[in-house]
Each structure stands twice: as C-alpha cells, then as structure tokens.
Design a protein around this ligand. Structure first.
Ligand SMILES: Nc1ncnc2c1ncn2[C@@H]1O[C@H](COP(=O)(O)OP(=O)(O)OP(=O)(O)O)[C@@H](O)[C@H]1O
Length: 332
C-alpha cells in the first residue's frame, strides 16, 4: 500500500532524509521509529504530499504520488505532529469542514463524522469547542479528522506526543484496533509503543533506515547470536581452564571480576541448550561452583535502539546548515 524508494530530502546543504526505502503492506501496522531529528516527520510529510522530495519515488496504493499527488492523497488520512485544528470551532463542525474539504459525498458526511468520532473515542466531546479541550482529546479529534473520509491508509506522526499515560494507552488501543482494517504507518520515538502496537518496525536514524523487522526479530538480531552468561566462584584462569576444549563452546567474549572470588563471563556457544549442558558438565568435572548459567537476552527494544544508535553515533555528523528554510515546500 505504501512503497517508498530511495527517498531523499535536502534542506540546503543538510540532508534530512537519505536514500530511505521501505514498504507497508495492506492491513499492516508499521512503526516508524527514531530519535528526535531522525527524519521521521520529513519522510511522512513527503509521502503524504505535503513536502516535495529532493529525490526518490513514492507509490501509494499503486499510484505514483509525485505524478498524481491528489489521487494519492485521497487514499491517506494524515495526522501531522502539530495538528492544525481550529480552536474556535466545535468538534462536529470542524469534522464537517474537513470532510467537505476531503470530498466526502454530502449525504454521507453526517454518518462519517459519527463513525470517526466513535473510532477515535471522542464522541462525548462532539459538541464542545476545540480550544477548550484537553490536549489528549484534541489529539483524538486529530485522529477523527484522519479517519473521517474513511481512507484505506493512515499516517500518524507521533500521535501520543505530549499525552499522559492514560491517554497514551487509549491512543495505542485505538491504533491496535485498526489492525487488519487499515494500513497504518505510525511514527514515534517511544519504543514500547511499537512493541505493543506494531507488526513491523522501520528504524530511522540520521535520515537513514538502520534496521527493519518485527519487534521480536530486531531484538534477536541485536542480541548477536548465542551467548551464555556464566557466573562462577572462580578466577579468570580457572574459568578459562574449565571451558578449554569443551565441544560447542567458542570464545569467551568478556569476563568481569565481581569481587568475593566470583567472575561473570559471556561465552559464545554453537547452540544455547546444548551449550549450557556442556558448560554445566565441564564445571561439575572441575568442581568449581557455578552460581548462574543463562542465555543472554536483550531486555527490551529500548536496549536494541540504544545499541543501534550508539553504533550509528560512531559515524561523523553530516554537515549542518544555518539555512532553516525548506527549498521546495509543496502546496498542501
Ligand atoms: N524546514 C527545515 N529546514 C531545515 N532543516 C529542517 C527543516 N525541517 C526539518 N529539518 C531538519 O531535518 C532533520 C529531520 O527533522 P524531522 O523533523 O524530520 O525529524 P523527526 O525524526 O521527525 O524528529 P522530531 O520528532 O523531533 O520531529 C532535523 O535535523 C531537522 O533539524
């Protein structure tokens, strides 16, 4: 449904998005994850037709979005980061205005507004003045706006930014509830958000895609193979001696002295289960006390992200520009 190929955006000499390619299949919920300034909003604005790319291609539901931007836009409900909502309008009045703008047939507008209010869990605020709503409720009005024309694709830019934990949960539930019904691309810099709502994650850092996969796959990929964590009452040399020549046991990747005659080591093994059995037997043979033996796991995607961005941070910064203006803003 969404195909992005070699997308690039330069702001003067600064390249904000560089050679970004990814796809979002029909009915998929994909998280677009990256730290602040990674290029998420710039990418989303390009693929929703609000910003002209410097290079690359975008296809929305098979339509070339650069050649036929109006056709492509009709298929997308876009919720920008700072949702432009008119504070003096009432919610239903605003959604009517938006539905008309989006070309919803006039006989269908009333029903579409009620459905969108319901989907965004904001029905109770339908007759209230937007300027008097809490930030969370306003955010949900933005979501109702994205849904009002019943587009097959939703592009949501940080929909939970600035919300309290309760409101965040509501928005997450809502996005999850769209699974299978809509194709969703949702940007965030918050990892638990993608873990709990997304089928797949595209991680962007400094304008480039650094990883892509299911949240679980990403965690495994970064765990870096089969590693056992061993804690024993032993010296470094005793540990090395116990593991020497044990079948299926590879390099000792690190050893840490814990004091009190204990060490903790990370050891590469060919296979986790068998490796653990063999390490256990080897320690039993030597009579050394084994205190802990477990596969190394990466706790959360938070850690994955930390590792990825640290790897990337080792690379030099792209040249900065003082020109903050966009070179080719597209008409909305
Ligand atoms: N109009 C602009 N002119 C110049 N540089 C810009 C402009 N808009 C964004 N940038 C720069 O492009 C880079 C990517 O910004 P972008 O807003 O896309 O990041 P983001 O991942 O959405 O981050 P955030 O969550 O902070 O919005 C940043 O370095 C930003 O400073």
């Amino acid at each position: 449904m969404i195909e992005v190929e070699h997308l690039t955006k330069r702001y003067g000499p600064r390249t904000a998005v560089q050679d970004v390619s990814f796809r979002v299949g029909k009915g998929e919920i994909v998280g677009f994850l990256g730290p602040n300034g990674a290029g998420k909003s710039t990418t989303l604005r390009m693929l929703t037709g609000f910003l002209a790319p410097s290079g690359g291609a975008i296809r929305i539901d098979g339509i070339d979005a650069l050649a036929k931007p109006i056709e492509a836009k009709k298929r997308i409900g876009y919720m920008p980061e700072a949702c432009p909502i008119y504070p003096e309008m009432r919610v239903r009045e605003y959604l009517r205005y938006r539905a008309e703008l989006k070309g919803v047939a006039s006989r269908a507008i009333k029903e579409r507004i009620e459905i969108a209010l319901d989907q965004a869990s904001v029905k109770e605020a339908g007759d209230r003045i937007i300027g008097q709503l809490s930030k969370g409720t306003r955010q949900r009005v933005g979501l109702a706006d994205a849904l009002v024309a019943d587009p097959p694709i939703l592009v949501l830019d940080e929909p939970t930014a600035g919300l309290d934990p309760n409101q965040i949960r509501q928005v997450r539930d809502l996005v999850r509830g769209l699974a299978g019904k809509k194709t969703v691309l949702v940007s965030t810099h918050i990892l638990p958000e993608v873990e709990s709502t997304c089928d797949r994650v595209v991680i962007i850092h400094r304008g480039r895609v650094v990883r892509e996969g299911a949240p679980d796959q990403l965690r495994q990929a970064i765990a870096g193979g089969n590693v056992l964590v061993i804690e024993a009452r032993a010296t470094h040399d005793q540990l090395r001696g116990a593991l020497e020549g044990v079948e299926g046991v590879g390099a000792i990747e690190s050893v840490e002295a814990l004091g009190d005659g204990r060490v903790r080591a990370r050891v590469a093994v060919e296979e986790l289960g068998e490796g653990a059995e063999r390490v256990f037997a080897a320690f039993a043979r030597t009579g050394l006390v084994l205190r802990e033996l477990r596969p190394e796991t990466v706790g959360s995607l938070e850690e994955v992200f930390g590792r990825l961005t640290t790897e990337e941070a080792a690379q030099p910064e792209p040249p900065a520009s003082t020109d903050e203006s966009s070179d080719e803003e597209a008409a909305s």
